[in-house]
Design a protein around this ligand. Structure first.
Ligand SMILES: [Zn+2]
Length: 407
């Protein structure tokens, strides 16, 4: 916590919310002050000095949410969705694209999407030269089946020229995506990641190769995405316990990411993992054209699902703010320390008997939902979107958040 420098006015104070900032060890009813697009102070009863004050009592004030696994090369890749649409719906500020683009088409992603979006968009570059090119409803053509499609030199050169937005290498491994090449595709992707000194995000799909073989090859700081996928080829062995290879990978610092999507979140796996005390490191949606209307929907919904599985609110927020920022080595993001960009997600946790569903149709009655209230990106208030499955909240006339009847 910190106090303002004397005599410096703020632009805005968010007053009295529950501030959750894992990086700085903050969990309390506090004010957050913004000045010139940055966090200026966090503390109790900050002096307003004539600046705009928004009463956020009853709400959660978190660092700007980061979805570390999205697909937002909108309109140029068939699986991608509109980044603004999902940002509004989840009150988030940063989206990380997980390999929609490869070296062959990254420039279009940068020029037509990243540089034109008001949101922060970062990317894992696919080791596959064309990126994920054959993924849509009823279409699934693997992009990592042929060595000729995975040129390490092209991937490395594209990353070297675009380190401002590229945070790592992505590869999809498993079943028809890699075909006969199997673990060979993972070796190639690791070679590229090693060459640029960045993390590798690895998708785990159906076998072959097995979950155990894939996770055993990952290095400290690499990310295994879709970590709690259902059987077959889940993190559970035939004894229904977490695989030894998974425990060993965590021990050496491999990160485990939810990446819900259309096929990668199973209650069986998740509940067993949590029962063994194995929590995910990162929560992400893997939102794409087939997941956006459920069962993943978006980051906030995926966070709600994990909250209802028994993770605490501070954990869920940390896994969607602080930890993804550190995983992609962007320590300036994901926290509310003085001088950080004023990326702030204001959320509300409400009671709800929402009926959640995993990717194989298993249902669980929930008790609570997270909802978007407001979002600030570099200090600028952004729009909040309507959600298809719940009623929205908006800021009321007195600055309190009032429930608005669905129309
Ligand atoms: Zn994905």
């Amino acid at each position: 916590m910190s106090q303002p420098a004397a005599g410096r006015g703020y632009d805005l104070i968010l007053k009295g919310g529950r501030v959750l900032d894992e990086r700085n060890g903050v969990d309390g009813l506090l004010d957050v002050a913004i000045k010139a697009g940055k966090i200026a102070a966090v503390g109790a009863s900050l002096p307003p000095g004539g600046c705009t004050v928004v009463d956020v009592r009853g709400a959660i004030v978190a660092p700007g949410l980061i979805d570390i696994h999205t697909h937002v090369y909108d309109k140029a890749t068939s699986l991608s969705v509109d980044p603004s649409f999902i940002a509004r719906r989840s009150a988030m500020t940063t989206m990380v694209d997980a390999g929609s683009a490869g070296a062959g088409n990254y420039d279009g992603f940068r020029d037509y999407v990243i540089n034109r979006s008001p949101y922060r968009i970062l990317a894992f570059l696919n080791i596959s030269f064309p990126g994920i090119f054959g993924f849509d409803k009823g279409v699934s053509i693997g992009e990592a089946r042929l060595r000729e499609m995975l040129p390490v030199d092209r991937c490395v050169a594209k990353i070297e020229a675009n380190r401002d937005h590229i945070v790592g290498v992505k590869v999809r491994i498993g079943g028809p995506v890699t075909g006969d090449l199997g673990l060979g595709a993972l070796e190639i992707a690791l070679e590229a990641a090693e060459a640029v000194g960045l993390p590798l995000m690895t998708h785990i799909g159906t076998a072959p190769p097995t979950y155990g073989d894939v996770v055993s090859m990952l290095r400290p700081g690499d990310i295994l995405t879709h970590c709690f996928r259902p059987d077959p080829n889940s993190a559970l062995g035939s004894d229904r316990k977490m695989l030894n290879e998974v425990l060993a990978a965590r021990e050496r610092g491999v990160l485990f990411d939810i990446a819900h999507g259309m096929g990668a979140f199973g209650y069986d796996t998740t509940e067993q993992a949590l029962q063994e005390g194995f929590k995910p490191d990162l929560i992400s949606s893997d939102v794409h054209v087939i997941a956006i209307e459920g069962p993943a929907f978006d980051l906030l919904h995926t966070m709600s699902k994990l909250l209802n599985c028994g993770l605490s609110l501070p954990e869920v927020i940390g896994m969607s703010t602080n930890r993804p920022a550190l995983a992609m080595r962007r320590p300036e993001l994901g926290h509310l320390g003085i001088g950080a960009p004023a990326d702030i997600s204001v959320l509300r946790q409400v009671e709800s008997d929402y009926n959640f569903e995993d990717v194989v149709g298993e249902k669980r009655q929930g008790a609570t939902l997270l909802q978007p209230v407001a979002v600030y990106l570099g200090g600028k208030e952004m729009e909040i979107g309507r959600r298809p499955f719940e009623e929205p909240f908006i800021v009321g006339e007195q600055g309190h958040y009032n429930r608005v009847a669905a129309q």
